[in-house]
Design a protein around this ligand. Structure first.
Ligand SMILES: [Zn+2]
Length: 217
């Protein structure tokens, strides 16, 4: 490739070469992303994209956007404390927590709703913590199955309930816009643990509370 086709003169280009054996410091990620997205636009359009008003700042916008969509990778682990549950014996359900993420396979969006139910042992969680946990775990390239598991694992770790069940309904644009072009399909994943696995009646009660048959994405 000639240097005319790149964003930067050769001496600056050197500094954007990626050494894949080390992690790039956070402060250098956005300029790196901006430079390399420019290279991708060179591949797609040739050098003319730089003269197009709609495209000329796209590498900059892309870098900002990608850093926002992957901020979960750099945030500290999301910790939450539980409160003593008092005399409350029954299940707690939070349904249809919305989320957006990008799929790790194609880096295009998938989005949907997370429903969580747990049966406390000693502690209950502040309810605002569950949407924040979901948002934190979704803010990186993800796959739906792993997001489901990571939500369950975090709830087990921080409040040690008698059981937890997480169900995610999601649409994947990599399946809708490309490939099979299966528009509007909803993918459902669930992870069931503890008392919800062992006790059919409690599981049925939880499914009824979540209304999982009527969730639209
Ligand atoms: Zn995908």
């Amino acid at each position: 490739m000639t240097n005319e086709n790149t964003l930067l003169p050769p001496e600056d280009e050197e500094e954007f070469k990626i050494d894949s054996s080390v992690c790039i410091p956070c402060s250098e990620k956005e300029p790196m992303l901006e430079f390399h997205m420019g290279e991708i636009l060179n591949v797609i359009y040739g050098p003319k994209w730089k003269e197009d008003d709609n495209l000329k700042d796209t590498p900059h916008r892309y870098a900002k956007m990608m850093s926002e969509l992957t901020k979960g990778l750099h945030e500290p682990e999301f910790k939450f404390t539980g409160f003593q549950k008092g005399t409350y014996q029954d299940v707690v359900a939070v349904k249809e927590i919305p989320f957006f993420s990008i799929c790790a396979h194609h880096l295009v969006p998938f989005f949907g709703k997370v429903s969580i139910v747990y049966k406390p042992k000693d502690k209950v969680v502040g309810l605002s913590k569950l949407p924040r946990l979901v948002q934190h775990l979704a803010a990186k390239p993800q796959i739906q199955e792993l997001l489901t598991t990571e939500i369950v694992d975090n709830i087990l770790k921080y409040i040690e309930p008698e059981g937890v069940m997480v169900i995610i309904h999601a649409r994947h644009l990599c399946m809708e816009m490309r490939g099979v072009k299966s528009i509007g399909n909803v993918t459902i994943t669930s992870k069931v643990q503890g008392v919800f696995l062992e006790n059919y009646a409690i599981r049925q009660e939880a499914l009824h509370l979540l209304g999982v048959d009527n969730i639209n994405v």
